[in-house]
Design a protein around this ligand. Structure first.
Ligand SMILES: CC(C)(COP(=O)(O)OP(=O)(O)OC[C@H]1O[C@@H](n2cnc3c(N)ncnc32)[C@H](O)[C@@H]1OP(=O)(O)O)[C@@H](O)C(=O)NCCC(=O)NCCS
Length: 408
């Protein structure tokens, strides 16, 4: 595979052609993804006949494990032009991007999927179900009057980014660099935000949504940022204040609440809006995937509330065969001794006196992050271990489900 770093000066037209064929970008002058994001992100292109026909971009950020931040490589774009499909280029370029990021210190990798299965071949596993909620704002049951908000526009993007970084961070929550927030702002005539400042002029909580131009919505909440749940109630009261304007608001359920608790007559509204463009419903789906890139680092940053105990892990990482030969990082297959407790660790080796587990990197990631219990992963992800070990791990990893709380 002939690949290299993206060069905006020479590759922009070819990459525009890819993104246009894919249906993501239709205006090469105005599009922020093409003009800003790809140039600032870590972008690779694969060349066919000396022209970029495949593009993969990653951004370096963080992902939280309980109270600790891990270094994250977020794959924020994978595209192949219509000329380059089904030749294996996209998979190889993605694996190579991941290998470079891992070599540069990334401990975890995350991405959004177009469908399940493709990235599993690179060691990724399904993340938590996220709830996509469609709500009639008039049905919101918020026991406070709306506070006067401030209008936010594109020129406030840096303040919004800073607010995103210091938001209420939950297990699994992601942060990405500021250029990512800038690219996500979207077109001025379709996107708008509102927020609240403290006495020192710092933005404390805000929301940003898409859907201007549609008289009654639906609107899509791109992000809702708060540092505590009291501030979230302010934002829900603000959304309720739009009830005469918008007939439907769509959002990913904010972490730490169950949105149905704040809706009057949820079943009635769902029933009477069943076939409407403003249908009131909640859908659950897993659309992001993650995987461990550096097992030793991830475990050294894991602190669990359990007695110390160890087991053998035979880890299988399928990514190796997709990585370009010139890269030194080849995945994390191997035999490890895993120690869990207040201070966890993973060291290379095997201790014959310990119980044993065989797992793919995806299965182990799902168990360790609390996405699915070990006993279930036996059937869904081919994890193998004795019942004694499975039952012990089920109890230890009974932790809160991760939510990325950042779309990418
Ligand atoms: C996603 C995309 C980059 C994949 O390109 P591609 O050229 O098909 O990818 P590759 O050549 O690397 O892989 C093709 C292989 O993956 C397999 N595959 C595709 N989807 C799969 C799935 N959901 N599960 C398992 N395997 C899958 C194909 O069957 C094929 O297998 P084969 O090699 O045995 O024939 C391309 O379809 C694209 O640009 N789509 C539009 C943009 C997009 O959605 N990007 C992804 C954002 S997450």
């Amino acid at each position: 595979m002939n690949y290299r770093k993206y060069k905006p000066e020479t590759d922009k037209d070819a990459v525009y052609r890819i993104l246009n064929e894919v249906g993501w970008v239709h205006d090469k002058k105005k599009d922020k993804y093409l003009n800003d994001f790809l140039a600032k992100g870590d972008t690779l292109v694969a060349l066919i006949n000396n022209e970029a026909e495949v593009m993969v971009v990653s951004s370096q950020g963080t992902i939280r494990y309980l109270q600790t931040d891990l270094k994250l490589s977020a794959i924020t774009g994978v595209t192949a032009s219509l000329l380059a499909r089904k030749q294996g280029y996209a998979g190889k370029l993605t694996a190579t991007r991941i290998a470079i990021d891992a070599e540069n210190g990334a401990e975890m990798c995350a991405l959004g999927i177009f469908d399940q299965g493709y990235y599993n071949k690179l060691g990724f596993c399904n993340g938590t179900y996220e709830i996509v909620a469609s709500i009639i704002p008039a049905s919101l049951d918020i026991k406070r009057k709306v506070k006067q908000p401030n209008r936010l526009t594109e020129k406030d993007w840096e303040k919004m980014h800073e607010n995103r970084i210091i938001r209420n961070r939950v297990h699994g929550s992601v942060t990405l660099p500021s250029y990512s927030t800038y690219a996500d702002i979207g077109e001025e005539n379709k996107n708008i935000g509102f927020g609240y400042y403290d006495d020192n002029g710092n933005l404390t909580h805000h929301l940003w949504f898409q859907g201007l131009g549609k008289e009654n919505g639906p609107i899509w909440i791109k992000w809702m940022i708060y540092q505590n749940l009291d501030q979230l109630m302010d934002l829900l009261a603000l959304l309720k204040s739009f009830e005469e304007q918008y007939h439907c608001i769509r959002m990913i359920e904010p972490p730490q609440i169950q949105i149905q608790d704040y809706i009057k007559r949820p079943h009635l509204y769902r029933s009477i809006t069943l076939k409407s463009q403003f249908n009131n419903e909640t859908r659950a789906t897993s659309f992001w995937q993650i995987r461990i890139l550096n097992l030793e680092k991830c475990l050294s940053k894991t602190h669990l509330n359990c007695d110390k105990f160890s087991f053998n892990l035979n880890l299988n990482d399928p990514i190796e065969k997709y990585i370009s030969e010139d890269q030194s990082w080849k995945g994390i297959s191997g035999e490890y001794i895993i120690t869990l407790g207040n201070d966890c660790k993973a060291v290379k080796g095997k201790d014959k006196s310990l119980l044993c587990m065989e797992a793919s990197v995806g299965a182990f990631t799902r168990m360790w992050y609390g996405i699915m219990p070990a006993t279930s992963l036996v059937f869904s992800d081919g994890l193998i271990a004795e019942n004694e070990l499975l039952n012990k791990l089920d109890t230890i990893f009974r932790i809160s489900k991760p939510h990325t709380d950042w779309e990418f």
